[in-house]
Ligand binder design. Structure first.
Ligand SMILES: Cc1cc2nc3c(=O)[nH]c(=O)nc-3n(C[C@H](O)[C@H](O)[C@H](O)COP(=O)(O)OP(=O)(O)OC[C@H]3O[C@@H](n4cnc5c(N)ncnc54)[C@H](O)[C@@H]3O)c2cc1C
Length: 482
């Protein structure tokens, strides 16, 4: 059911089994799973029922680095979180994404893909995904990687009736967590403000931060500072190893035979380097997308092709409009190497509830550029070898140029900051998503990813939430053994 107010919950002095901070895909998946297992759940959401500019303003943050974006529009602060405007593109991580594949890049997870596989079927059902199609080879180095699309599921719409009916789960909107109170290695209480800004102490046996890929770091950094560093006693990794999926146009292609690719209903064909190639070449995972263009844009592509290869350009123009031929835009969305200098820190500027705003230090490096270039060259070589098309890459991709600031830049996939590691010096949470050094505090969402592959994150977020729900539902003694 939905609570009247934070003050009303505080008056009840109830001790919940689990308190979830944030109602996006991570928080709502956990709420419905824990509720089904008979646990009492308090789900706190900082925003209201709908998007509201005054609430979004609380997400304002500065991005420090050459590529800027606005964190106040890159996520939503309301019931359902960013699932209210996500695209629904879904793909599980590849097995190699869980490994260290590049010397000097600390990207391994303490779990393997096989640890998340048991949760894939349920996550697919939650996201209402169509049946999976396997990856297939396109030559020896490249594979077709079909994308799956959620309708997209809006978690607030789908789960509101269930949460409304529940007698075990209490949802509080306009309930912003502004602090955590530590006592003897546990979270003793959460400090929660309603719209009047007055803080109330609420209590739960176990607390899970599900506040999103920037706010999880911000909240934990602030709570740790306010508790003399006792919540995260080894704080080096806290806020660090933050990353996105770079999204850029790499060039364009002319396909003489587009039947070599499986274009989906969005006119996109998805390809990527084979997993063993990533390991052999020490490169990041790269998702290439070929988007079929309309006739006029295809003509422009043929003309540009003529500037670098006149005979090819003439041939392309003569084929314009013929079946199976098409011009495509070559874009990529790919892995960023986790680096300690890419990080969330607390700004000197505070929001209206007195919490320091997030300041995001973020830049892309040469490994990102060369990985995208190598993947595109593998595709170009295979197209030419088969005689199905020609690829033209933009200058910045080939010539070590700066990333173009006028492109899409990022995918609104905020990952890292509270990364998972067995070692408290290299990560913030353990393999069960429990904060190292705090017995009853957990983190859910993409902030726990040690690395992010090239797959959109939400399917993995839901898999991890299902796995965490299993863990939280175990008695404390059984939890300690896993
Ligand atoms: C435009 C856009 C398109 C996207 N498209 C895709 C896509 O196609 N595929 C894909 O996989 N992913 C996509 N994403 C990313 C996807 O939306 C996120 O991965 C997903 O929503 C993350 O879920 P979450 O529950 O971890 O966090 P969120 O959805 O961010 O939810 C966190 C919630 O916590 C609340 N909160 C924050 N701080 C506090 C606090 N202090 N107290 C209480 N509550 C708090 C927030 O208000 C929010 O409701 C897209 C994102 C955007 C913005």
């Amino acid at each position: 059911m939905f609570a009247e107010s934070v003050a009303e919950i505080a008056r009840g002095r109830r001790l919940f089994d689990v308190c979830l901070v944030g109602s996006g895909p991570a928080g709502i998946t956990l709420a419905s799973e824990l509720d089904a297992r008979g646990l009492s759940v308090l789900l706190l959401e900082a925003g209201g029922a709908h998007v509201d500019p005054a609430s979004q303003e609380m997400f304002e943050a500065e991005v420090v680095g050459p590529l800027r974006f606005d964190p106040a529009v890159a996520r939503l602060r309301c019931f359902g979180g960013s699932s209210n405007h996500w695209g629904g593109f879904c793909r599980p991580l590849d097995a190699i994404d869980f490994e260290d594949k590049i010397p000097g890049i600390d990207s391994a997870w303490p779990i393997a893909r096989s640890d998340l596989d048991p949760f894939l079927g349920r996550a697919e059902a939650i996201l209402e995904l169509p049946a999976a199609q396997p990856d297939t080879a396109f030559g020896e180095r490249v594979r077709h990687t079909p994308m799956r699309y959620s309708p997209p599921v809006h978690f607030a719409v789908k789960y509101r009736p269930l949460l409304q009916r529940s007698s075990r789960t209490l949802v509080a909107l306009d309930a912003c967590v502004v602090g955590l109170q530590e006592r003897a290695g546990h979270i003793h209480a959460l400090q929660v403000c309603g719209p009047d800004g007055v803080p109330h102490a609420l209590r739960a046996r176990q607390v899970v931060l599900c506040a999103g890929g920037i706010e999880n770091s911000r909240l934990l950094l602030w709570a740790n500072a306010c508790n003399g560093g006792r919540i995260v006693p080894e704080p080096y990794a806290l806020g660090r190893y933050w990353f996105e999926h770079p999204h850029f146009t790499l060039g364009e292609a002319w396909l003489e035979d587009d039947s070599a690719f499986a274009f989906d209903r969005w006119s996109i064909a998805w390809v990527a380097p084979m997993q063993h190639v990533l390991r052999d070449q020490g490169m990041l995972n790269v998702g290439l997308r070929l988007t079929r263009q309309h006739r006029e844009t295809a003509r422009e592509i043929a003309v540009r092709l003529g500037c670098v290869a006149p005979a090819l350009g003439r041939a392309a123009l003569s084929q314009l409009g013929r079946r199976l031929t098409c011009g495509v835009l070559l874009r990529a969305s790919w892995e960023q190497a986790p680096q300690p200098w890419n990080r969330v820190v607390l700004s000197a500027d505070r929001d209206r509830l007195g919490v320091p705003r997030a300041e995001l230090h973020w830049r892309l490096g040469d490994l990102e550029r060369t990985s995208a270039r190598n993947a595109a060259l593998m595709l170009a070589t295979e197209c030419a070898r088969r005689g199905v098309g020609r690829v033209r890459l933009d200058d910045w991709v080939l010539a070590r140029g700066a990333f173009p600031a006028d492109d899409e830049i990022k995918g609104n996939h905020h990952m890292g900051g509270t990364r998972m590691s067995r070692d408290a010096r290299r990560g913030v949470v353990d393999a069960n998503c429990r904060v190292h050094g705090c017995a009853n505090l957990f983190v859910a969402g993409s902030s726990v990813f040690p690395s992010g592959g090239a797959s959109n994150p939400t399917l993995t977020i839901v898999q991890l939430a299902l796995r965490l729900a299993d863990h939280l539902a175990r008695p404390a003694r059984a939890q300690a053994l896993t």
